[in-house]
Design a protein around this ligand. Structure first.
Ligand code: FAD
Length: 292
């Protein structure tokens, strides 16, 4: 089912997984076991990331096929980046052949070094959205509560979000954030400039301290003082730190749902136990507030 249709009826609960780094069958079996566990949590869809430049075409297609075979809805990420139109056609045909109905159209992360020709065909997600519209997928796109790192101002980024919506994005999923007020500001400002597509908040439980440097360098998410303080106090005890991360994510979700978020997307980092623990703590919230 198309995600925009689900969103018209109810809030969505969804998870993100990524293909294994090694193309070994044992790694795929582990990921398939992860997907099997996530299925028990009743998601509306599961998204599968995609390496910029098509580095993992085969695995992304296989994983989307596995999700579909389990009676679940895959959301296949597609990155334009350095791909050619022919490569995008080939990938789109494969997804179509599997019955995939939903894609997340992205430019993709740029490598550290690239030449002027990089992203020659698909400079931005808007170009990819435009190009793949002929396939009739329900297309979503990414958005950034704290602004995309390449945008000079939040408002420049918002104007580009509007272009994504005008080029066919029917829903958005946010970059991770740890201070919900950034999300509320994004939603308010988006509404003010006429963006009506639902904006689904992306939550990444911060269960281990070694994530912090990575989060700051990758996406610049602000860590609020109260969370930073808990990390400093509890990080010496991995089990306690895990509880902090799960509880904080559960708190963020409760607040987001109370203030009207159209769904929740959990970045699972292929750790189904963490996603399961969050859902267990929020059993009543999920049962009551995610129903059709
Ligand atoms: P764009 O929309 O092109 O935005 C990039 C910059 O260009 C922004 O500053 C924006 O304001 C600006 N911009 C956008 N459109 C225009 C325009 N028409 N004209 C001028 N400027 C414009 N990366 C992967 O490699 N694989 C994945 O699977 C993946 N999944 C993701 C899922 C989510 C939910 C999110 C939030 C991010 C994901 N990313 C993924 C990371 C993403 O690829 C990077 O953040 C990338 O740097 C930007 O991608 P984008 O699609 O937002 O690009």
């Amino acid at each position: 089912m198309k995600i925009n249709e689900i969103l018209k009826k109810k809030r969505t609960l969804s998870f993100e997984v990524f293909p294994p780094k090694k193309n070994e069958s044992i790694e795929f079996e582990k990921l398939y076991a992860t997907i099997d566990t996530l299925k028990t949590l009743g998601p509306d869809f599961i998204s599968v990331t995609y390496g910029a430049g098509g580095t993992n075409v085969r695995s992304a297609v296989e994983i989307a096929g596995y999700i579909k075979s389990k009676g679940l809805e895959p959301l296949a990420h597609v990155t334009g980046g350095p791909s050619s139109p022919e490569e995008i056609d080939e990938l789109a045909e494969k997804f179509k052949g599997l019955g995939v109905e939903n894609v997340l159209a992205l430019r993709g992360d740029k490598p550290v070094e690239y030449d002027a020709d990089y992203c020659k065909h698909f400079k931005h997600a808007t170009d990819l959205l435009n190009y793949i519209s002929k396939y009739g997928f329900c297309a979503g796109a990414a958005c950034y509560p704290e602004g995309h790192v390449e945008s000079e101002t939040l408002y420049a980024d918002l104007e580009n979000l509007k272009k994504k919506s005008e080029n066919g994005a029917e829903f958005f999923i946010t970059q991770m954030f740890y201070d919900n007020s950034y999300y509320y500001r994004l939603v308010n400002e988006a509404h003010k400039i006429g963006i009506t597509a639902p904006i689904i908040p992306g939550i990444m439980p911060l269960t281990s301290v070694k994530n912090i440097g990575r989060i700051k360098s990758m996406c610049g998410s602000t860590i609020p003082l109260e969370l930073r303080n808990m990390i400093e106090v509890y990080s010496g005890n991995p089990e306690a730190m895990r509880e902090v991360g799960i509880n904080y994510a559960a708190y963020q979700i409760c607040d987001l749902i109370a203030k009207g978020a159209p769904g929740i997307h959990i970045y699972t980092m292929n750790r189904p136990d963490t996603a399961a623990e969050i859902c267990k703590r929020l059993k009543s919230v999920i049962n009551e507030f995610f129903r059709a």
